[in-house]
Design a binder for this molecule. Structure first.
Ligand code: SAM
Length: 243
């Protein structure tokens, strides 16, 4: 496919998610793609390096969250953001959101900070740390309207990371692909312990994205008990909800 037609298609799909997406936002995505490719040749940030694939598998896939969550203002946490997905594309599309990109690996945080500066974004920060530690700090606990994480861990563990950060009535949106029947059953058991409940399981049906993408939308209906999240090793040994 020619560069131009893949860009046109990208814009068309973005339009279905956000009819007001602008030329200026497209330029931010293009700069982001250029920097990602450049940095990736020096540091291993992402396995997806083809320019067209970056548009659909990273940018569009991240933007698809808008199909289930679109509020004018929101405080958003992206756990294990890696090279910025899904938090950074969401910030480009929703400049008024306050976004925290949490990432454990230093070189990825350096890239995220570089991107924030290069794109001149405000009210977004990249924090280096581990979810299971940061969630016990008062400044972060139960304070986000939306918590998300893509490709970071299995569902029960992801929920244990995410629920303590989510305010009551807030949402946790976890993109997943493929058959997650067993994971989902365990996730639901975990959610009970963590004060969350599954509100929606929505298929993502954008033409450029592979089949089987879905968004699991959880609501934080109770305060998450202070004992969560446990240490990483405790979680792995006994994921929440396991018997
Ligand atoms: N979310 C990005 C994406 O979809 O492209 C990155 C996915 S990558 C497979 C998983 C990322 O999560 C890694 O960059 C890793 O360093 C980070 N990570 C894993 N466990 C974490 C934790 N407990 N706290 C913070 N970051 C974590």
């Amino acid at each position: 496919m020619s560069q131009e037609s893949s860009l046109d298609q990208f814009m068309q799909s973005l339009h279905t998610l956000d009819p007001l997406v602008s030329e200026q936002q497209l330029q931010l995505f293009l700069r982001y793609r250029q920097e990602l490719i450049e940095w990736n040749s020096r540091f291993n940030l992402t396995a997806i390096t083809d320019p067209d694939e970056i548009l659909c598998k990273h940018f569009l896939d991240s933007a698809s969250l808008l199909a289930v969550y679109d509020s004018r203002q929101a405080k958003v946490l992206d756990i294990g953001a890696g090279a910025g997905f899904p938090g950074l594309p969401l910030k480009i599309l929703r400049p008024r959101w306050r976004v925290v990109l949490l990432e454990a690996t230093g070189k990825k945080v350096t890239f995220l900070r570089h991107m924030i500066e290069a794109l001149e974004l405000r009210e977004i920060e990249a924090v280096q740390g581990r979810a299971e530690e940061l969630a016990h700090q008062q400044a972060y606990r139960a304070s986000f309207d939306l918590v998300t994480a893509r490709a970071v861990a299995a569902l029960p563990i992801l929920l244990e990371y995410a629920a303590p950060f989510c305010r009551m009535g807030g949402q946790i949106i976890l993109p997943k692909k493929g058959d997650v029947t067993a994971e989902l059953a365990q996730g639901k058991l975990a959610a009970r312990l963590l004060g969350s409940i599954l509100r929606a399981d929505r298929a993502v049906t954008l033409p450029e994205l592979e089949d089987g993408r879905r968004l699991l939308v959880w609501e934080q209906v109770k305060k998450c008990p202070e004992s969560f999240p446990r240490s990483g090793s405790a979680m792995l040994k006994k994921p929440p909800g396991s018997v």
